[in-house]
Design a protein around this ligand. Structure first.
Ligand code: NAG
Length: 175
């Protein structure tokens, strides 16, 4: 297999492009991304946590990685919310947190759509999907006023989604 690919450099290149979906590798400095974020230092820390990130990052692979990470975070928060509901016997509390679960179900959907938008090159949609995530976690925040843990998670995810929106704008060629 490797043999025949090696004989066809173009085919090999096409395969690599497909696998990493980053052929037009667009490298951007982290500082240029995070200067557009409302919390540049958190933005820096989040992007630097991506394996292989240093001062410059490939915006394609970073976008995909961060969308996946946001998805995992959202899923963990849903688990935490279920635990709060399971621990509480107060109907009003349970109602508030059930409503947060619905916000987060919408977050998962928006992140799935962000990934699809990214894959199909609809960067405008990818930006809108990020905005939906921001709105959903804000909605949950108003109901989760008595859980600092959930509110921290909400803030973290809002920070993530702002990066995803900025990356979408870079991918769309706005910067
Ligand atoms: C739920 O209750 C258990 C047992 O008291 C406790 O260990 C856990 O931290 C609680 N979880 C939350 C999210 O409050």
């Amino acid at each position: 297999m490797i043999h025949s690919f090696a004989k066809h450099p173009l085919l090999l290149l096409t395969l690599l492009c497909f696998v990493f979906s980053s052929c037009s590798a667009r490298t951007v400095k982290i500082g240029d991304i995070c200067s557009k974020h409302n919390n540049p230092s958190i933005c820096n820390a989040i992007i630097l946590s991506v394996p292989g990130a240093n001062q410059g990052v490939d915006i394609d692979s970073v976008s995909l990685y961060l969308i996946n990470m946001a998805h995992v975070n959202a899923f963990d928060t849903i688990t935490l919310i279920s635990e709060i509901i399971g621990n509480s016997s107060d109907p009003q509390t349970n109602q508030r947190y059930s409503s947060c679960t619905m916000d987060y179900t919408d977050v998962l959907l928006a992140l799935t759509q962000a990934k699809e938008s990214y894959s199909s090159g609809n960067y405008g949609d990818m930006n809108s999907n990020g905005a939906v995530v921001t709105k959903d976690v804000k909605d949950c925040d108003t109901k989760a006023y008595d859980s600092s843990q959930i509110r921290n998670n909400n803030q973290y995810l809002a920070d993530f989604s702002m990066i995803i929106m900025i990356l979408a704008d870079f991918l769309a060629g706005k910067y």
